[in-house]
Each structure stands twice: as C-alpha cells, then as structure tokens.
Write a protein that binds this ligand. Structure first.
Ligand code: PLP
Length: 390
C-alpha cells in the first residue's frame, strides 16, 4: 500500500468562476462596503431559512456578541453552552460581563442536549447556546420548549448549520436567533462572514443598529440617491457589518448550496460505509428523524485506542505520513489557559471525546477516489505497528 502522491488537505473552499465573476462585478459597481449586494444576500438567506429577518455581519463571532448584547445579557447573568465547541461563545459572554457555564455533550452526537443543559440552569440563566456539531440536527424543539417555560433565550451557534434541517427547519426557525458562519472552512463561505437570523423583528433591528456603531442610518441610506447625510448615533455600538464584495460571494454560494451540500452528503456516506470495517473508529450517530438533514460541515471520527491500538495524536501523525490532512474539533473551551477558571457541569464525555476525536477531509471538490485514499490510509494507520524510537 503506497501513500497518495499529493497532500489531501483537510479542507478546501468550493470557489469557482461564478464567485470570481460576482466579486469582479461587486468590485466595479462603485460600492464595496455594505450596500445592495449585502441587502440582497440578507433577503435571499432569510428566504432560504424561512425566517423573516437576517442581518449580515463580518463573522459568526460578531453575531454571537451582538445577539447577547441585544438580549440584554450582562453582569450577573449566566449563559449555558457546551465546552466542546469553538470558544467564540464563551468569549462573547465574558466580553459583556456575563458568566459562561460549560455543559457536557452526548457521546454519540458530540452536541449538548437537554439532559446535559438542564441541570446547569439556575435563576441567573439568561440564555442557552446550542451548537449542532458538524451540522447534525440536535432536536432543537425540545430545548426551546424547556427554555420558553423559564423565559430563557435559546441562541443557536449555527456555524456549521448552512444545510442543516432540524425536523425540516433551518437553525433560527424555532429558537430566538441563530448565527451562521461563512468562515473559509464552512459549507457556505465568503472567506469571513456571518449571518444572524431571527423571527424577532426588534431583536434584528437592535442587532443591525449595534453592528454599525449604533448609527441610525447605514452607508446605503446615506450615499444612495435620495439618501440623507444626517445620522445620529443612538447608542455606542460596534463595527461588525459585512461588505458588498463578500456578500456577492455569499449570494453565489447560497445558490450552489444544495449541490455543494449534496456532494458533502455523498462523500460522508462513503466514509460511513468504509468505516464499518475499521475497528476502533466510530462516527456521529445518524439522526433517525426523517425530516432531519445533516449539513456535513465536517466528518468527525472518534478513535478508541483500546481497540484501534493507536491513539488519536499518533493516528493524525500516521495519516499525515500518508499525505492526508486532518483537524481536531475541538480543543474544549475549558482546556484553554484563558478559560480554565470557568465552571459548569461535570464534563466526562467532553474530556474523553476531546482526546479521541479528529476530523477527516471533507469538501465538495473531493473525489470518490480521495475518500478511498483516506480510508486506505486509515486502514494502514490502524495496522501499522508503533515505531519505537531508540
Ligand atoms: C462552532 C463555531 N462557532 C463559532 C465560530 C466562529 O465563527 P467565525 O469565524 O465566523 O466568527 C466557529 C468558527 O470556526 C465555529 O466552528
């Protein structure tokens, strides 16, 4: 068995001539910053989600920060969120003076559930942040129902959620708000970017206001024909708006999403079929609901070293030797120096998964042969005897 000749990266954005042409048009239309392309992207995204309000931003992190601020989260408040996610949510809560409370995840979905969230809810809990890991729907309705009865907000960190259907609905359809990421590794990318979606008009308006310095008029309303130069700063805000150049990429990517997502699903199915005869490796439990859809933003596997006879870190090294790139999602929040002091529930599943998980290459331009190479490299890596260095 020989290694691939070229390196297979963990991720590669699906950018083609259509995106290049859209950027060219956006660069030449005399606008560049937040303007008509951004407005069109917001409308198209809201329509696709089936949610009335969408606000385009320069990142998902910005959206989490703004939605927490718009919900009035601040000193003395607690926000329950999984530790096994990107640390942006914890960072944003802390920026506003609130306390992140870290909860565990389920061993088979790698996502938080009502079972892991509910015991951490107190009278100080102002919001629950959920994160459909890799885009696997987690049954948001049950969590929203629990939270509504207690007047607690539910914010979906839908960084992986473009393409996810939870009982037939996009993230943001049931919760108070969802925030998508268009970072370079995501299903729908603009390089950097984010989108907040919500059914709540006043929440959307407040997020929009805060996203541009708290100004009463954006550039579109000031510089377009019929606009006025006058504006007020209603309250101190932030500078989190999306540019038209990036929105033009987003519009094309949104149109391509069904095809891109379909290809991801095909590749994921190939991985899942191939992994059945690789001992010691397991993947996310498929969702059993017929209206659910996994977005396959990532394909994560957990390696049990007792069966596989190799640990995760060594497996990553061996795959690299076979020219296969991988990544790890995530180093849990509580493991970072900056967040070690945070408290929450017991995190046994998070601790174990964090030591055993790795993400395999998954992106629409991969060929079936590439998946075969990864499976072959895994087979080789599991059979290879440890190299003893004298
Ligand atoms: C789960 C999760 N949440 C939030 C973010 C932050 O997204 P952004 O880079 O758009 O701020 C990421 C980014 O990778 C993520 O994976």
């Amino acid at each position: 068995m020989s290694a691939r000749e070229t390196f297979l990266p963990y991720c590669r954005p699906a950018i083609g001539e259509e995106e290049v042409a859209a950027v060219r048009r956006a660069l030449l239309n005399g606008w560049l910053t937040t303007g008509p392309q951004t407005a069109a992207f917001e409308q198209a995204f809201a329509r696709a989600c089936g949610v009335p309000h969408a606000v385009a931003l320069n990142s998902c992190t910005a959206g989490l920060h703004l939605v927490f601020a718009a919900l009035g989260i601040g000193a003395g408040d607690e926000v329950v969120m999984p530790s096994l996610t990107f640390a942006a949510g914890a960072q944003c809560a802390i920026e506003l003076g609130a306390q992140p409370v870290l909860c565990d995840v389920e061993p088979d979905t790698f996502a938080a559930s009502l079972r892991t969230i509910a015991p951490l809810v107190t009278t100080r809990t102002k919001a629950i942040v959920t994160m459909p890991y890799a885009g696997r729907p987690l049954g948001i309705a049950e969590i929203v129902d629990f939270a509504r009865k207690r007047s607690i907000a539910v914010v979906e960190d839908a960084a992986h959620g473009a393409g996810t259907l939870d009982r037939g609905q996009w993230p943001g359809a049931l919760s108070d708000a969802a925030v998508y990421s268009f970072y370079a590794t995501k299903n729908l990318t603009t390089g950097e970017g984010g989108m907040l979606v919500t059914n709540d008009r006043s929440l959307a308006e407040r997020v929009r206001l805060l996203s541009l310095h708290g100004m009463s008029r954006d550039a579109w309303q000031r510089y377009s024909n019929g606009g006025s130069w006058r504006y007020d700063v209603v309250e101190p805000g932030y500078k989190y708006n999306m540019s038209d150049v990036l929105a033009s990429i987003g519009l094309v990517q949104l149109e391509r999403l069904p095809a891109l997502q379909g290809r991801r699903a095909d590749l994921a199915a190939r991985y899942s079929a191939g992994l059945t005869d690789l001992p010691g490796l397991r993947y996310q439990r498929p969702s059993e609901h017929r209206d659910d859809r996994h977005s396959w933003c990532m394909y994560a596997v957990v390696v049990d070293p007792a069966i596989a006879r190799v640990g995760r870190d060594e497996l990553i090294e061996r795959l690299h030797r076979r020219n296969v790139g991988t990544s790890v999602h995530y180093i849990p929040t509580h493991a970072f120096t900056a967040y070690r002091h945070l408290t929450g529930g017991p995190l046994p599943n998070t601790e174990l998964i964090a030591q055993q998980i790795l993400s395999l290459p998954l992106y629409p331009e991969m060929t079936d042969g590439d998946v075969g190479d990864v499976l072959e490299a895994l087979r080789w890596a599991l059979q290879t005897k440890p190299i003893l260095i004298a």
